[in-house]
Design a protein around this ligand. Structure first.
Ligand code: ASP
Length: 354
């Protein structure tokens, strides 16, 4: 009897301990895990890549770019910190840059060959894989908002030109006078390119021309991960100086300039659009992660340092993955860029060698 009782006590003690171990490990981990998930958010932005050299940028202009990047990323970071969605963070961060004459998007859009401004933008939601895009619009202050409305309030992914603006009007968008998009600098850039064109046989004009190369970048973009684990990316641009024939670049092409998928990453690109379309840059980075198991950084450098230059193109991307890792990869001399993590650590850079 005593033996049976001893055995019973021993068994009870062993199982009791095991259960305690189990439950204590569960109770230990749960708060830690949920805290990690809760804290794991981040945001990354770009304001265009290209031939950006320190000797060509005055101290005051450099400071102005950095201040605007900081203002924009802080808006998105606040939204994420307060539990807002990555879609809201992306939209509102891009709005700040669209409203600034410093960047080639919204207010600061470059001029077309005919002296007008044609705006492109796109946005993608990594949770649902829904996307919205708009191209060739002329009267919308914040094209990224219209791209988002196309995603959320229409049955379509992409609208262009007058039809896109008609849709915007049904939603009560204000049609801006085209003069809103006039900036002296951008207009002068167009004049210089046109002047240069005159001195050459027009057919021989090439985007390889060093002057034309420097005048074509400045797009804005943002990728974000929110506390709910949802990724989003968006891109907005005026395209390339002196573009004609209703040329459309990569920015409004889902998979080329913008892509987001909760299973992998969110990407926004900037650079020579024709090459970004042909390389399907943003989706390719996601696909290398999904199918080849590459890290975000490996995938980004594969595409930006190898695939795009192999075709003859240049530019860069910003991206964030589902774990909050960030990539800011470019093959030009500079890219206006910034990132901020859940601890509030902020990095703002312009040149390659920073
Ligand atoms: N990717 C844009 C375009 O080709 C230009 C840029 O990024 O600045 O339209």
């Amino acid at each position: 009897m005593v033996k049976i009782l001893t055995l019973f006590i021993v068994i009870t003690l062993i199982f009791g301990c095991k259960n305690e171990e189990k439950s204590s490990s569960v109770t230990d981990n749960t708060p830690e895990n949920s805290q990690n998930a809760e804290e794991n958010f981040g945001i990354v932005i770009h304001g265009g890549a290209g031939t950006i050299l320190k000797e060509n940028l005055s101290d005051s202009l450099e400071a102005a770019y950095k201040a605007k990047l900081k203002e924009a990323i802080t808006v998105g970071h606040e939204i994420l910190k307060n539990g807002g969605t990555s879609l809201d963070a992306v939209t509102q961060t891009i709005n700040i840059m669209e409203d600034s004459p410093l960047f080639n998007a919204g207010k600061g859009a470059v001029f077309t060959h005919d002296g007008s401004n044609e705006l492109d933008a796109s946005i993608m939601d990594g949770a649902s894989l829904k996307a919205g895009a708009v191209a060739g619009i002329k009267h919308i202050k914040n094209p990224i908002n219209l791209a988002r409305d196309i995603m959320q309030k229409s049955e379509h992914v992409m609208l262009y030109g007058a039809g896109a603006e008609e849709f915007a009007q049904t939603l009560g968008y204000k049609m801006m006078d085209t003069s809103y998009f006039y900036t002296k600098n951008r207009y002068e850039s167009l004049q210089k390119v046109l002047e240069k064109e005159k001195t050459k046989d027009e057919k021989k004009i090439s985007f390889e021309d060093p002057f034309i190369k420097t005048s074509k970048f400045g797009t804005v973009g943002c990728a974000a991960l929110d506390k709910h684990g949802n990724l989003a990316a968006g891109t907005s641009t005026g395209g390339m100086t002196n573009k004609r024939w209703n040329r459309i670049g990569d920015a409004p092409i889902i998979g080329a300039g913008t892509y987001a998928n909760n299973a992998t990453c969110a990407v926004s690109g900037t650079g020579w659009g024709e090459y970004f379309i042909r390389s399907v840059v943003a989706y390719d980075i996601s696909a290398l992660m999904e199918y080849k198991g590459m890290s975000l950084q490996e995938a980004a450098s594969e595409v930006i340092q190898k695939k795009v230059p192999a075709l003859g193109g240049d530019g860069g991307i910003v991206a964030i993955d589902k774990d909050g890792n960030v990539a800011m990869e470019f093959n030009t001399t500079g890219m206006y860029r910034a990132t901020m993590n859940s601890q509030g650590e902020l990095i703002i850079k312009i040149y390659k060698e920073e």
